[in-house]
Design a protein around this ligand. Structure first.
Ligand SMILES: NC(=O)C1=CN([C@@H]2O[C@H](COP(=O)(O)OP(=O)(O)OC[C@H]3O[C@@H](n4cnc5c(N)ncnc54)[C@H](OP(=O)(O)O)[C@@H]3O)[C@@H](O)[C@H]2O)C=CC1
Ligand SMILES: O=C(O)C(=O)[C@@H](O)[C@H](O)C(=O)CO
Length: 282
């Protein structure tokens, strides 16, 4: 089983599949990421907000893997948007991760900021961080179509990715379409719908039974076949293994369409709506 790579709009490559570590407690992160690396994962999605970058760094160090075998993403916290702070915060992240550069640095949320600026100034700071070699690729997260239009029209720089909520009950199709239209890739967050009831949806259960797979594996496979980048989270080794075992089967176009049709629109969201989310850490 091998994980496909995708070539981004900056001509760098990213493994299409990885592991996410939101809500992985700091004191178990090294164990979880170490187990993921043992299973075969090479792409790790963390964030300043998650408070577990140091655990990710410890697992990377303990793995003995060469740096170019790994793909590490972190994200700018909502209280770090001011450009000088954004730059200082990436230096702090690199220190916690034990790395000289991240592979991908994202603006986590398109928030109004605590300083007299906006997320376009923040985006320009990320452009400079990429030019300085501290982030190989740069992108955004939770950007709605109008947020994407704003940064692209004002800076001329298209993000490599837009990381947005996507799972069978929430296709997020407008944001997804805008991302692809700009020439960026979609990274699907909460690809399992946070492990909720949709994994018991009869359509998913039937398709899974037809393939001898689990509903979670089918949900992940659906996203891979739609071309998105995916990183489910689990703190359990058996689920890390289950989620990784999605490269030995394919869905038919009809099955992909049937899963896409499960979209419940806004009622399918599990996380905050970027139009109203305004959390700034204290
Ligand atoms: N940019 C953003 O704003 C956001 C980014 N993300 C990123 O996306 C990643 C994934 O999203 P996340 O919200 O964690 O949720 P996921 O959709 O990956 O679901 C994780 C939940 O599902 C459970 N689970 C994992 N595997 C299985 C399985 N095979 N069968 C049944 N249940 C399972 C987990 O429990 P257990 O751990 O007990 O196995 C956990 O409760 C995050 O970790 C983070 O990296 C997420 C949210 C927002
Ligand atoms: O996981 C993330 O990346 C998030 O941004 C979420 O934690 C988000 O902040 C949230 O769901 C808050 O309830």
């Amino acid at each position: 089983m091998s994980v496909p790579t995708i070539t981004l709009n900056d001509q760098t490559t990213i493994p299409q599949f990885g592991v996410g570590v939101w809500q992985v407690p700091a004191d178990v992160t090294e164990r979880v990421v170490s187990e993921a690396l043992e299973v075969g994962y090479r792409h790790i999605d963390t964030a300043q907000m998650y408070g577990n970058e140091a655990g990710v760094g410890a697992a990377i160090k303990a793995s003995g893997l060469a740096r170019d075998e790994l793909y590490v993403t972190t994200k700018l916290n909502n209280n770090n948007h001011e450009p000088a702070r954004a730059k200082a915060s990436l230096a702090e992240s690199l220190d916690r991760l034990g790395l000289d550069k991240v592979d991908l640095f994202l603006i986590h949320w398109p928030l109004p900021t605590q300083y007299d600026g906006d997320y376009t100034a923040t985006w320009q700071a990320l452009v400079e961080l990429q030019e300085e070699g501290l982030a190989t690729s740069i992108g955004v997260s939770n950007f709605q179509p109008e947020h994407l239009d704003t940064i692209v029209s004002r800076t001329g720089v298209v993000p490599a990715v837009n990381q947005i909520e996507v799972h069978p009950y929430f296709g997020n199709e407008a944001a997804r379409a805008a991302t692809l239209t700009h020439g960026a890739f979609v990274e699907s967050w909460s690809p399992l719908g946070q492990g909720g009831g949709e994994l018991e949806d009869p359509a998913l259960v039937k398709i899974a039974a037809d393939h001898g797979k689990t509903p979670a594996q089918v949900a992940l496979r659906w996203q891979l076949e739609r071309g998105d980048i995916v990183f489910p989270k689990s703190v359990r080794r058996e689920r890390l293994e289950e989620n990784f075992a999605v490269f030995d089967f394919t869905l038919t176009p009809e099955e992909v369409d049937a899963i896409s049709a499960l979209d419940k629109g806004e009622t399918g969201r599990t996380g905050p709506n970027p139009d109203t989310f305004d959390y700034i850490p204290g």
